[in-house]
Design a protein around this ligand. Structure first.
Ligand code: ADP
Length: 485
């Protein structure tokens, strides 16, 4: 990741700019749409509502006219004149023109016309067709501007004989609507200003930290792993910055480990190769006489064995990734595995006159683990115990049970491990200074492999050691469930 070209990160910077632009565009769109909504939908709703309210009130008036003057209107003479006077008074009072039309569409009376009977005709007038009690047009060409016309039937002998129609110009409704619309526009504007606050907060809380984090990522990508962001909040941005910093430090640490690892490997490969080369050159140029060739070839062979062991150890460590290690778990008797492993060391023990004492809990002791890998753990520990033990000493292997765990201890009375080295012996390639003389073929990988196997089993290994007295390696295993039941 650290090797990715910087321009790829610059692309990300552009991305964030687009993010901000998108948000600005969304804000503008929100503003435009709000105003459009008010000018169309809200406008329509206000107009409909005001028209209906006005129509309702005029409907009540028309009903009053129809009930009060229905009979007089259709008469002639003074009764009719009286009715007209009344209509004119009402017209002034409610500021609306009142018209009486008979069932065939002929105008009988008009509060604003004195032209008399049948002055106008509205043959198309059919209140039943509209399904409602008002209309908002020019009333069959009677008006030059849109007018609200409300009608109510006049009945006699259960029959409709005419209609009371009250007209009022829509202009007054329009001006009421415009006043309410102005308030709506003002409200939308205030909401816009308030939402601008959200945009400003977003800029400071999200956008600026995001830019800083992107910059930090760029710095890490360029190898500046110590770069510090100024984001320390406890929110998601602070968490992201912290995680990124942690990731950078982990990369730096892993790079450092890798460097150390390669230095160690190179060193451990170089020394046997140097000695092999040295002996072979000396044999070819005659520095080592032919009668000594066998002795030195044996040394060369030993060195190649060491190289093989080293290569195998490395390959094994590579395949033992505790996170991805595939374990083939089974229930097996750990006591039997210990006994069998001890048998493989008989020759070495005889050579150093070492006795292995087994203090095993019970005849059999079942554990649940990967049998082959645990055998290798015991092998590595016993191998070290024998290697670092003095001649004529005793090695004790003990198994104990405690709750769900089985404890296995391998204890020797050998050279011991210095205190400050005890935490390092499980690292790859680590060898104590004490051991270098005793074990020239050691690779320093055995305990690293051991620990990784136990970690993969979610188990622990510890060491208790006193320099010059001896060492005890103690590890845990999970007890087999079968045996407990
Ligand atoms: P090696 O293959 O060299 O034995 P290990 O990883 O098994 O590598 O051990 C690492 C180092 O820990 C050894 O080189 C030695 O210095 C020390 N060590 C391990 N076991 C013992 C022990 N039983 N007694 C003393 N030192 C030990």
């Amino acid at each position: 990741m650290a090797n990715l070209p910087v321009h790829q990160y610059n692309k990300n910077m552009k991305l964030h700019k687009t993010l901000y632009l998108k948000l600005l565009l969304a804000y503008l769109l929100f503003g435009i749409l709000s105003f459009l909504l008010v000018s169309t939908v809200t406008n329509r709703m206000i107009l409909d509502n005001l028209t209906r309210t006005q129509a309702d009130s005029l409907y009540r008036e028309s009903q009053l006219v129809a009930v009060s003057y229905g009979s007089e209107i259709r008469q002639s003479g003074s009764a009719r004149d009286d009715a007209l006077t009344q209509l004119k008074a009402l017209d002034t009072y409610i500021s609306a023109e009142i018209r009486i039309i008979d069932s065939k569409g002929k105008q009988i009376m008009d509060s604003r016309e004195d032209t008399g009977e049948n002055s106008r005709e509205f043959p198309d007038f059919d209140p039943t067709s509209s399904g409602t009690y008002y209309m908002t047009d020019d009333f069959y060409g009677a008006f030059s501007e849109p007018t609200l016309s409300v009608f109510y039937p006049i009945t006699a002998d259960y029959q409709v004989v005419g209609y009371v129609v009250i007209h009022t110009p829509m202009s007054s409704i329009y001006s009421s609507r415009d006043r309410i619309l102005q308030i709506s526009y003002l409200t939308v504007l205030m909401i816009q200003i308030l939402s601008l606050l959200i945009l400003i907060v977003f800029t400071y809380v999200v956008y600026h930290p995001l830019r800083k984090i992107t910059h930090a990522a760029e710095e890490y990508a360029n190898g500046n792993m110590d770069y510090e962001t100024s984001i320390h909040g406890r929110d998601e941005m602070g968490y992201l910055a912290g995680t990124l910093k942690y990731m950078a430090s982990e990369i730096a640490r892993s790079e450092d480990n890798q460097r150390k690892f390669i230095a160690n490997v190179s060193h451990d490969f170089r020394s046997p190769l140097t000695s092999i080369r040295g002996y072979l050159t000396a044999m070819i140029d005659g520095t080592i006489p032919p009668e000594l060739h066998e002795k030195y070839l044996q040394i060369v062979l030993n060195e190649t064995e060491r190289l093989t062991k080293l290569t195998n150890g490395l390959l094994e460590l590579n395949s033992l990734n505790p996170k991805g290690m595939v374990l083939s778990l089974s229930d097996f008797d750990i006591n039997a595995v210990i006994k069998r492993t001890c048998e493989t060391f008989e020759v070495q023990c005889d050579r150093k006159k070492i006795t292995i004492e087994l203090i095993l809990s019970g005849e059999t002791l079942y554990v649940r683990a990967d049998k082959d890998k645990i055998q290798q753990v015991i092998y590595n520990l016993l191998d070290n115990a024998i290697k670092f033990s003095h001649n004529n000493s005793i090695i004790k292997i003990e198994t104990t049970e405690k709750n769900d765990k089985i404890f296995v201890s391998v204890k020797d009375a050998g050279i011991g491990i210095p205190k400050d080295a005890q935490s390092l012996i499980f690292d790859r390639f680590y060898k104590t200074d004490l051991s270098r003389g005793k074990d020239k073929r050691g690779t320093g990988l055995g305990l690293a492999i051991t620990r990784e196997i136990l970690q993969a089993h979610s188990q622990n290994i510890n060491v208790i050691s006193t320099e010059g007295v001896g060492s005890e390696f103690l590890f845990t295993l999970a007890r087999s469930k079968d045996q407990r039941s």
